[in-house]
Design a protein around this ligand. Structure first.
Ligand SMILES: C[S@@+](CC[C@H](N)C(=O)[O-])C[C@H]1O[C@@H](n2cnc3c(N)ncnc32)[C@H](O)[C@@H]1O
Length: 257
C-alpha cells in the first residue's frame, strides 16, 4: 500500500492534526464558500496548483489515507446496489465520475456497474495516469480534462453522475449551477450521487492549503434544494477511522423527474 506522501486535501481529518500540523481549529470558518471565493479570486487556480503537486496514486487521491479506500468502496457499492433496487431505478448504461482523479472510483466501483464511464478531472497528470490505468478497457468512454464549474453534459446523457470528494472545490454559486446542469444531463430515472465530507461545527471550514471548503450538511442540502433537486437517500459512510470528517452519501434526482 502506498504511504503518506501528503495528508492535506479535501479529505482532511476534522479533528486529527494532518502532516502539516493543522487541526480544525486552524481552519478559517465562513458562512458561505461564495464569501470565501469572493475573498480569494484565485480559489480555483490555487486548487489546480495544489493538485498539480500531488502524486497520481490512490494515497494522493485520499490525502494520505489510502487505507480508507476499501471501506469507502464497499459502502459505495452497497449504496449503488440499494439504488438499483429502488422503484424506477437508473439504468446501467453510462456513468460519469466527476473530479475523478486517477479513476480510483471508476476502477473499483463504476466500471463494475455501468457499460461506459466518462471521467471529468481538471488535473492533466491525473488524466494521464487514468488513461494509462485503463488502457484497452472497453468500459471507459471520454476523458474530459476540465473543472466541474465548466462541465456541461448534453441533455439525457447519464444514468448516474458520481461526485465524490470534489464539491468542496466549487463555490456555493458554482455548485448550485453545477447541480442544475447535472440535472439536465441525466437520462430518464437518472440520479446524481454526492459523497462528501460535512462539518460537525455547523459552519463552512476553509482549507487554505488545497483551496477547498467543507460544508455543514445543512448548507449542502440548501444548495441541493436551490438547484431544484430532491434527496432520495442520505446515509452516513460507516467504518471510517475516528477523527475524520463525517462523510454523507446522497442520492439526488431533479424535482421535476
Ligand atoms: C480528494 S481528490 C478525490 C478524487 C476522486 N474523487 C477519488 O475519490 O478518488 C479531489 C480531486 O478533485 C479534483 N478537482 C479539484 N478541483 C476540481 C474542479 N474544480 N473540477 C474538477 N476536479 C477538481 C482534483 O484534481 C482531485 O483529483
Amino acid at each position: 500500500m502506498e504511504t503518506g506522501e501528503d495528508s492535506s486535501c479535501v479529505l482532511n481529518p476534522e479533528t486529527l492534526s494532518g502532516k502539516d500540523g493543522r487541526t480544525d481549529e486552524d481552519s478559517t470558518e465562513e458562512t458561505s464558500s461564495k464569501a470565501v471565493a469572493a475573498q480569494d479570486p484565485e480559489f480555483y487556480s490555487h486548487a489546480a496548483a495544489y493538485w498539480e503537486n500531488i502524486p497520481a496514486t490512490v494515497n494522493g487521491m485520499l490525502g494520505g489515507f489510502a487505507h480508507i479506500n476499501a471501506p469507502d468502496i464497499s459502502a459505495s457499492d452497497l449504496f449503488i446496489r440499494s439504488i438499483f433496487k429502488m422503484k424506477n431505478p437508473p439504468g446501467h448504461g453510462r456513468a460519469v465520475d466527476c473530479g475523478a482523479g486517477i479513476g480510483r472510483i471508476t476502477k473499483h466501483l463504476l466500471q463494475k456497474h455501468f457499460g461506459k464511464v466518462d471521467l471529468v478531472e481538471q488535473c492533466q497528470n491525473f488524466i494521464d495516469r487514468a488513461k494509462d490505468n485503463f488502457k484497452g478497457s472497453k468500459k471507459i468512454g471520454k476523458f474530459l480534462c476540465l473543472g466541474l464549474q465548466n462541465f456541461s453534459p448534453e441533455p439525457n446523457t447519464y444514468d448516474v453522475i458520481w461526485c465524490q470528494w470534489v464539491l468542496g472545490h466549487l463555490t456555493d454559486e458554482d455548485l448550485e449551477d453545477f447541480f442544475r446542469r447535472m440535472g439536465y444531463g441525466l437520462k430518464r430515472n437518472g440520479i446524481i450521487v454526492v459523497k462528501e465530507n460535512v462539518t460537525s461545527s455547523g459552519t463552512v471550514e476553509l482549507d487554505e492549503v488545497d483551496s477547498s471548503v467543507t460544508r455543514p450538511e445543512n448548507l449542502l442540502l440548501d444548495i441541493i434544494e436551490r438547484a431544484e433537486l430532491r434527496v432520495l437517500k442520505n446515509i452516513r459512510q460507516p467504518n471510517l477511522p475516528k477523527g475524520l470528517y463525517e462523510v454523507k452519501i446522497m442520492c439526488l434526482k431533479p424535482k421535476k423527474a
